[in-house]
Design a binder for this molecule. Sequence first.
Ligand code: HEC
Ligand code: HEC
Length: 470
Amino acid sequence: MKGVEGFVVLLLRIAGALLSCALALVMAAGPALSGPSGSPAPGSHLLTGGGAGSTATEEPAEEPLPFDPAPPIGPALARVAALTALGRKLFNDPALSASGRMSCASCHVPAHGFGPPDSAPVRRGGPDLDRPGTRAVPSLTYVQFAPFFDEHHYEEDEGDGGLDAGPTGGRTWDGRVNRARDQAQIPLLSPHEMANVDLEAVVAKAAAADYAADFRALYGDTIFNDPARAFAALCEALEVYQEYPPDFGAFTSKYDAFLRGLAPLSEQERRGLAAFNDPDKGNCAHCHISRLSARGTLPLFTDFGLAAVGLPRNNAIPANADPTYFDLGLCGPLRQDFSDRKEYCGFFKTPSLRNVGLRPVFFHNGVISNLRDAVAFYADRDVNPRRWYPTNTDGTVRQFDDLPAEYHKNVNKEPPFNRGLGDAPALTEQEITDIAAFLMTLTDGFSPTHSPAAVKRSGVDLNSTNGGIK
Ligand code: HEC
Ligand code: HEC
């Protein structure tokens, strides 16, 4: 009973606080609207909720609540919004590079799910934009949901709590950084990307930009006196921007609408989904999770696990002109802490397939530039290896030619990779096309015509920002 009373009092208090906030708004707006001589609305009235105490005399005296019923969230939200706006400017500013012509967005193109602009496997950066990178540009949408890297990952959520899923998580193709703020330092300072000589060079450019004032407003007037702090601030702003849901985690694809009961999939998309999930066909959902989680959250189309799928070597990557050079992912050379763990050579992170339909190039080495071919690779990698790998003069096939022979045993053999020469492919030509069609439903920005009846049935709040799932 006591609890119920407390709850009612709490409701009354919140209502009171809301009322006084509304009053404060009206009062604050008054003078600002009254004419050019009126003083600007003092924001502090709104943020401190100064009027909340005015109803106290009408309420019975009682124990103070163990929390603030009307917390001043205004300033925190305002700071996030300001950091997001600053981060977006930084992300799009080519002046932050040594060439003056390369921003984060040059490689991570917003209209492509923050993936690369064209089907070239790697980008060229550096002071003269002539130094090639070694890996394809990953998409950045939904990357914020990656857990920190863990060599032994246990899925608490999915009912198999006892199973070690192996190396999982982190950022980049090999999971070698955990936080977006640490990741952002890599391209800013890498000689083949934005190529600043040191963090001081980055900070000097930010201090000269028109958004320098935003830095001072957020971090204090003296922020640029301490380059290390200013650089950390810059990376923090980039991190906060990369968490902005409408840009980096919108959950507005046709498949999301389907899961919410708001839009049907076409016949072909349904067939594609079925083949994608079927353990005897694509078995794609084994790694690219497609169902609602046990907690009811929308699927991310990755389990963030690292695995070796044994891609063909891409001779269009300049570094591969050296026959002794191999990008081995988790065991190096970019990542160094597992270089003696040969069982991990060839392991790369499973990317989310959300927005994969916006990508012009696929996999860590960009060896495939067509979505249907990316699906087909899974269907007949071992059934028809001649299609994917080079042939020797004696007619033998050099399968898994992007890995030294001693690491071929690391290549994944689970379904759909459990077939061999002469077997039927895991997927028919029609199923491959169907899966590609289904993958196109994972592109954000789908706008179904919401029938009010369907919305009511689903109980979904269309204005919700957390995926609309109750
Ligand atoms: C020259 C092209 C290029 C530029 C410029 C660039 N990136 Fe990247 N980005 C890449 C590549 C390539 C990778 C994959 C790196 C790897 O696996 O080692 C990557 C990886 C990432 C990742 C990890 C994604 C994942 O799947 O875990 C993030 C986050 C990221 N970049 C953000 C940024 C930000 C922020 C900037 C600007 C400060 C930026 N990038 C500038 C090419 C670029
Ligand atoms: C054993 C886990 C596993 C299974 C099963 C699996 N994938 Fe993947 N997928 C990965 C990994 C790991 C990568 C990245 C490999 C790399 O780049 O070296 C990847 C990458 C991809 C990519 C490239 C995405 C990008 O951003 O470049 C596509 C497309 C894809 N998978 C589709 C599928 C489809 C379709 C199926 C089912 C036919 C499937 N996958 C089954 C683990 C898996």
